[in-house]
Design a protein around this ligand. Structure first.
Ligand SMILES: Nc1ccnc(=O)[nH]1
Length: 184
């Protein structure tokens, strides 16, 4: 069942073409490919990339929450910030993160502290996303959040819907896996 769904998503991705009117479409399609890889490996279908001032992708990460037992922190954004802090050859203030799903509260907190100039998310997440509610963070965090640009990505609707669908695939199964770790 899940495999059929994943095969359909791969087919949709292969048929989508970047629309030149939307500057994030090419990178957005790349993020969808990484997100599909995360999904195929039994994780949440979410991925993120870091883009430098010249538009070059300098790092990438996929959700890895269930890759080694259970790693609650292993969201795509967190793993990418780890790479940055361990030493990427680019100052954070020159970087943009593109992420396939709106960041959650945990990731938003860390993004705010990362120094990354801009964060663009592809699919909004009305159930778990925090980036569109950053004004509800405590004052110190809210103030720091104002130093970072938060946007929805400049992508065509086909790419946005695909990113949302990849993130929504296998959610029932993944929720069960999560609960088996936090309420065994
Ligand atoms: N935005 C995200 C939500 C959940 N998991 C992730 O890796 N990313």
């Amino acid at each position: 069942m899940a495999e059929v769904l994943i095969a359909e998503l791969i087919q949709r991705l292969d048929q989508l073409e970047a629309d030149a009117d939307y500057p994030d479409d090419i990178n957005g399609l790349y993020c969808c490919r990484l997100a599909l890889d995360a999904l195929e490996q039994g994780n949440y279908g979410i991925a993120a990339i870091l883009i430098d001032a010249q538009g070059k992708v300098i790092a990438q990460a996929e959700n890895r929450v269930f890759s080694a037992g259970y790693s609650s922190h292993a969201h795509a954004e967190m793993l990418l910030i780890d790479q940055l802090e361990q030493g990427l050859d680019c100052p954070p203030e020159e970087l943009t993160m593109l992420v396939s799903l709106e960041p959650c509260p945990m990731c938003l907190a860390r993004l705010i502290l990362s120094g990354i100039a801009s964060v663009r998310y592809m699919a909004p997440d009305s159930y778990g996303g925090m980036m569109s509610h950053a004004e509800r963070f405590p004052p110190a965090w809210k103030n720091l959040a104002q130093l970072q640009n938060h946007y929805e990505a400049y992508i065509s609707s086909g790419v946005r819907v695909l990113a949302a669908d990849i993130a929504a695939t296998n959610l029932g199964l993944l929720r069960k896996k999560l609960l088996s770790h936090i309420r065994p």
